[in-house]
Design a binder for this molecule. Structure first.
Ligand SMILES: [Mn+2]
Length: 434
């Protein structure tokens, strides 16, 4: 038999104030179930973080109810869900997943199953409530562990206890056994995000349908169970934008060991991460977008790491420039972060703050190169600019005279000391050279 495995849907998620992210989640979920239907997979496990928040907003809840109702009633899917950390509120309120269950549990056709949340189970339910038989006959046994909102040490204990009890309960039971859980495992995520070790997953399970870590992971090396994380459906953090390994896992439980396959989503929005200063942004953007396949009409999202000068990070011109670039390139641009650089380019941004003229910008650049500020630095920069213009204007008859005059100015004691030259009575170029 084959089962589908999804996790970390995050319905209702927006990120970076970009509304399109929520649309991407819906579309990715729709495509996932199109794939599963096409592959004749009727049993689907969703391992937590169904919604992005415990109170996702009525619009998203209604969308989810309608979406899952259609799948269960019309397409006869059998869907098992558990709440993840994003679904479970503080305190003892019901989760939005409980709400889904309340709306969908008595629908006929397929089935919508969600185990009771742990605190209820602690209070008055039995362990058997966490165990579901799926896939008809012979089918498979699913032990579905909801996320428990407790401090990590306590959560560790709770899960260890539950896993031990489930192990005892399921030992000797025939047929494939699956664990559904939503937490991080050591070695696959940051140490502070890991609740248990992979070895804690009892070998009584053939497959651990995990959620929580937004990465595509299949591990067969550390437990007798095949441990799998399907990845989130869309990138939800800057660090997640690189991966395109997203889509439902299809797990074949017919053989001796589970065989896992990821069917990649084809309609994923393109994300670019681009480091640039403000002046090179149009050109860098053009290069980054060159030859990138566009999926349908989805505008790529460009995350810009903006190189800025030493003191002032932003520029008033920036929002206008971004508007223009979004229009020109048909993309969505966000400034992901500002990165301080000490280069000449960085200094430019410093002056953008004042809507600087190109000349003011050049002076700022020169001052940053001189590593000086104040009136003298202004004058030195001004003189250097004149020098540059004189050199550029090679046609001019009085080039030599012009350069001489500027050099003489620069060699005056007040500037010379500024340039790190020794002041000298000989304040002519010839005097210095001679
Ligand atoms: Mn998640």
């Amino acid at each position: 038999m084959q089962i589908g495995h999804l996790a970390d849907l995050h319905i209702g998620a927006t990120r970076w104030r970009i509304q399109e992210v929520a649309e991407d989640v819906r579309e990715a979920l729709e495509e996932s179930f199109e794939i599963l239907e096409r592959e004749h997979v009727k049993t689907v496990l969703i391992s937590g973080d169904i919604f992005d928040e415990p109170s996702p907003g009525n619009t998203h809840v209604i969308w989810a109810i309608n979406f899952f109702r259609r799948l269960v009633r019309d397409k006869e899917f059998e869907i098992v869900v558990i709440p993840g950390d994003h679904d479970v509120p503080g305190g003892r309120d019901e989760t939005a997943v409980d709400l889904l269950y309340a709306a969908l549990s008595d629908i006929t056709g397929g089935r919508f199953i969600s185990p009771p949340t742990i605190y209820k189970w602690n209070g008055w339910r039995s362990l058997n409530d966490l165990v579901v038989k799926v896939g008809g006959s012979p089918g498979a046994i699913v032990a579905a562990l909801p996320y428990v909102r407790e401090f990590r040490d306590q959560r560790q204990k709770t899960y260890r206890t539950l896993l031990n009890k489930l192990k005892a309960l399921l030992q000797g039971v025939h047929g494939p056994k699956i664990l559904m859980a939503h937490f991080g495992l050591e070695g696959f995520t940051h140490p502070h995000d890991a609740t248990l070790q992979p070895q804690d997953i009892p070998g009584v399970f053939d497959y651990a349908a995990m959620g929580h870590i937004h990465k595509f992971i299949i591990d067969t090396s550390q437990s007798e169970a095949v441990i799998a994380y399907p990845n989130s459906l869309v990138p939800l953090a800057l660090s997640e934008t690189r991966s395109r390994e997203r889509g439902p896992l299809i797990v074949d439980l017919s053989g001796d060991a589970p065989h896992v396959q990821q069917i990649r989503l084809t309609r994923q929005r393109v994300h670019h991460v681009l480091e640039s200063d403000i002046y090179s942004l149009p050109e860098n953007l053009r290069k980054a977008l060159m030859g990138t396949p566009r999926h349908g009409e989805k505008k790529p999202i460009v995350h810009v790491i903006l190189q800025v000068g030493e003191t002032i990070p932003a520029g008033k011109k920036l929002p206008k420039l971004i508007d223009e670039l979004e229009e020109t390139f048909n993309v969505i641009i966000r400034i992901a972060k500002r990165k301080r650089v000490t280069s000449q380019r960085g200094a430019i941004v410093l002056d953008m703050e004042k809507n600087a003229t190109p000349r003011e910008v050049e002076i700022a650049v020169l001052k940053s190169l001189l590593k000086k500020s104040g009136e003298h630095a202004d004058k030195v920069a001004e003189l250097l600019l004149q020098l540059k213009e004189a050199v550029l204007n090679l046609q001019g008859q009085d080039l030599e005279r012009g350069v001489d005059r500027i050099a003489e100015e620069l060699l005056k004691p007040e500037y010379a000391s500024y340039l790190g030259l020794k002041p000298d009575k000989r304040s002519t170029l010839e005097g210095w050279l001679g």
